[in-house]
Design a protein. Structure first.
Length: 77
């Protein structure tokens, strides 16, 4: 019974429950790891494949060299 009461506390309903915060942090961490993986894959593409996706080798190198915390603007919230 106390589990239900603590789970349905006002903090849980307002989104400030520790489990919600951990989930949010986990989601952000997984997104950052995926971004890192994508940038590494981009760095391995040859000029012909880069041309297929519409970017130059210089643009690919610039993107691949960005820091992990340098994320797309839409992610900053």
């Amino acid at each position: 019974m106390s589990f239900t009461a603590s789970t349905l506390s006002s903090g849980a309903l307002s989104g400030h429950h520790p489990a919600a915060i951990r989930g949010s942090l986990m989601t952000r961490a997984l997104n950052l790891l995926a971004l890192r993986r994508q940038r590494r894959a981009l760095a391995r593409l040859d000029a012909e494949l880069l041309k297929d996706i519409g970017i130059t080798p210089d643009e690919a190198r610039t993107e691949a060299a960005r820091r992990l915390w340098d994320v797309p603007p839409g992610w900053r919230s």
